[in-house]
Ligand binder design. Structure first.
Ligand SMILES: Nc1nc2c(ncn2[C@@H]2O[C@H](COP(=O)(O)OP(=O)(O)OP(=O)(O)O)[C@@H](O)[C@H]2O)c(=O)[nH]1
Ligand SMILES: *[C@@H]1O[C@H](CO)[C@@H](O)[C@H](O)[C@H]1NC(C)=O
Ligand SMILES: CC(=O)N[C@H]1CO[C@H](CO)[C@@H](O)[C@@H]1O
Length: 309
């Protein structure tokens, strides 16, 4: 009798935790895509609103650069200048999609003024009202990209944009499906060591937790400089759920599921002041989300859709 009620309590606790985890997930991962967004930009050539492309459709340019931007009015113009001058000088057929992730500052008007003043029709702004988080912004940009190859890059310009050449080589010459910039070779250099002690401790904990969660072969999962072929982007970004900082891990899990080959490439990178991560609360949310990602894929609450090529 006693052992029956013990087993029963365990089973009950198990079912209750399943239900709780599921409810938390439904709440945390709903509204991946903003519905108040028209997915349009102002076309400088025709002076009309034009719809973005769909990732499902065929490519219409060589390279898309997706830049997630939240409260970036101070940092983004320098990054755009460097990016555009590099791509123009090297004759790329490119588009840049700045995804305004519900910024509270004048990010949109700063970028719009810049593109009008310089008449850069290849620079497009995709904007929506409510803040989703970096994962939501990157996913939205990806789903509206036209390029044969698609790169996402942080708005702070911490990665040296010329490094795109290395990622491109890995994908085009070496036939990788995704190329990730990596800062792992810099962990012992001044740029990282001079970060706060708390930040370095949290980083160690994060790596340990990642290895428990089964992510061991990628040294720098969080670098904001990653390139994909259009086909791999399609498979991955039509399946994303995570809106927050840990979305890179869901990208890696999906790439593995689709048997895509990832190459990590050391890039030059420098710390740029103005990070908007809040150490404690964002770290907690990352840990929670990572657990929930594993939970939802393991229990098959999240099904992975295959996309036709
Ligand atoms: N903080 C924040 N950034 C967002 C959000 N949505 C998109 N982003 C963009 O995500 C990118 C990374 O944000 P940062 O604040 O630079 O992150 P960081 O801590 O400096 O990252 P590291 O370069 O890895 O040190 C930037 O391009 C942001 O504009 C959001 O909701 N919050
Ligand atoms: C974005 O800007 C708004 C208004 O200035 C501010 O309240 C908010 O805290 C900022 N968010 C971040 C993450 O810096
Ligand atoms: C043209 C267009 O609207 N393309 C897509 C942009 O991305 C959203 C989701 O983020 C899709 O729903 C749109 O179809």
């Amino acid at each position: 009798m006693c052992s029956f009620s013990f087993t029963f309590s365990i089973a009950l606790a198990f079912v209750v935790s399943l239900i709780i985890l599921r409810m938390v997930s439904v709440k945390r991962f709903r509204n991946m895509i903003q519905t108040d967004c028209a997915f349009e930009y102002l076309d400088l050539k025709t002076k009309r609103k034009k719809r973005f492309n769909k990732l499902e459709d065929a490519e219409t340019c060589y390279l898309s650069v997706v830049i997630p931007a939240y409260n970036e009015s101070e940092r983004i113009i320098k990054m755009l200048d460097e990016t555009i001058s590099y791509l123009t000088k090297n004759n790329y057929d490119f588009e840049i999609i700045v995804v305004n992730d519900g910024s509270k500052d004048d990010t949109v008007s700063v970028v719009e003024t810049y593109r009008l003043a310089n008449n850069i029709h290849r620079l497009k702004v995709l904007s929506y009202q409510d803040n989703l988080g970096k994962g939501g912004a990157v996913t939205t940009g990806m789903l509206n990209a036209s390029g044969k190859y698609i790169l996402f890059a942080d708005a702070d310009g911490a990665s040296n944009f010329e490094e795109i050449k290395k990622l491109e080589n890995a994908i085009i010459q070496e036939k990788f499906d995704a190329a990730f910039g990596s800062r792992a070779h810099m962990v012992n250099t001044a740029a990282v060591v001079k970060r706060s002690i708390l930040r370095n401790i949290l980083m160690k904990c994060f790596h340990f937790y990642l290895s428990i969660m089964g992510i061991r072969d990628i040294a720098d999962t969080q670098c904001g400089f990653k390139m994909f072929t259009r086909d791999s982007a399609r498979q991955i970004f039509s399946n994303m759920h995570v809106k927050g900082w840990i979305f890179d891990i869901e990208v890696i899990i999906l790439l593995r599921f689709f048997k895509k080959k990832i190459k990590e490439i050391p890039i030059t990178w420098h710390e740029v002041p103005g990070s908007k991560m809040s150490l404690m609360s964002d770290s907690f949310q990352m840990a929670l989300d990572l657990f929930l990602i594993r939970f939802n894929y393991f229990t098959k609450f999240w099904n992975i859709k295959h996309h036709q090529q």
